[in-house]
Ligand binder design. Structure first.
Ligand SMILES: CC(C)(COP(=O)(O)OP(=O)(O)OC[C@H]1O[C@@H](n2cnc3c(N)ncnc32)[C@H](O)[C@@H]1OP(=O)(O)O)[C@@H](O)C(=O)NCCC(=O)NCCS
Length: 221
């Protein structure tokens, strides 16, 4: 069975992330931008989605996973069963692993600015983009962000639907924001992340995602 791990992005991932980026965006970030983000940007948080072949030794048993999860803190503490991590730093992708998604944000004062998210084309529609987005939001909440925001192409209905699922709504437009075709960007904002409205919606969406993805997923933050 193929499994999916979400873990922090590392320097060594950048080349593979670039490949997925090029599938996702007409103007992908160059590797140098990711290097700068990981090295210099203390406000940045980047995660990757790794597909793992089923015989990978790091795919440990539920019992081992539960034992290490007991030691977990921070974002680990706040997440539910399927978002429970193994409790160790993610490893560099090996030959048995491949990076199939990524996401990132900047935490500026009490705002989380989602900067990027993408999933390999052949794996879209399975809930994996939502897993990345939901995990970013969880990290933002754990780090005390009050609201989250992002820009999205006006024509990008699938991404907008994902964001609306988590209660993001339009609060403005940046005209001709995208330089490749001068397309406008919608500016979307979440509700206050600690509000009952957001929490209720977030928990319900994540519970459905958990049901959908089940044991396929491990979070190792
Ligand atoms: C946006 C993206 C990350 C979504 O990833 P994904 O794995 O395909 O999405 P999921 O399967 O997790 O879907 C989660 C939700 O997103 C929305 N969604 C995803 N694909 C959709 C589609 N084709 N049509 C309408 N809604 C869609 C739905 O609300 C869906 O929830 P549902 O399954 O309950 O209907 C992916 O399409 C992608 O990588 N796109 C290219 C890069 C990009 O546009 N990034 C966003 C920049 S702002």
């Amino acid at each position: 069975m193929t499994r999916y791990i979400v873990r922090p992005m590392q320097y060594e991932d950048i080349e593979a992330v670039g490949e997925v980026e090029r599938e996702c965006f007409t103007t992908p970030w160059p590797a140098s931008a990711y290097r700068r983000e990981l090295r210099d940007n203390r406000m940045g948080r980047y995660i990757v989605l790794v597909e793992v072949a089923d015989d990978d030794p790091s795919a440990r048993s539920d019992q081992q996973r539960d034992a290490s999860a007991e030691n977990a803190g921070g974002v680990r503490r706040a997440v539910g069963h399927f978002l429970r991590p193994f409790g160790r730093q993610g490893s560099i992708a090996t030959a048995r692993e491949r990076i199939v998604g990524f996401a990132g944000m900047w935490l500026m004062l009490d705002e989380a600015h989602v900067t990027t998210i993408g999933v390999k084309r052949e794996l879209r529609g399975m809930g994996l983009g939502e897993l990345l987005f939901s995990t970013l939001l969880q990290i933002a909440m754990d780090l005390g962000a009050r609201r989250a925001t992002l820009e999205v192409r006006v024509s990008n209905y699938s991404a907008q639907a994902l964001y609306r699922k988590y209660g993001f709504h339009e609060e403005g437009i940046r005209r001709r924001y995208y330089s490749d075709n001068n397309e406008d960007a919608l500016i979307m904002w979440s509700d206050v992340l600690t509000s009952p409205e957001f929490q209720t919606r977030y928990r319900a969406a994540r519970a459905r995602l958990e049901e959908r993805l089940g044991d396929l997923i491990d979070i190792r933050l």
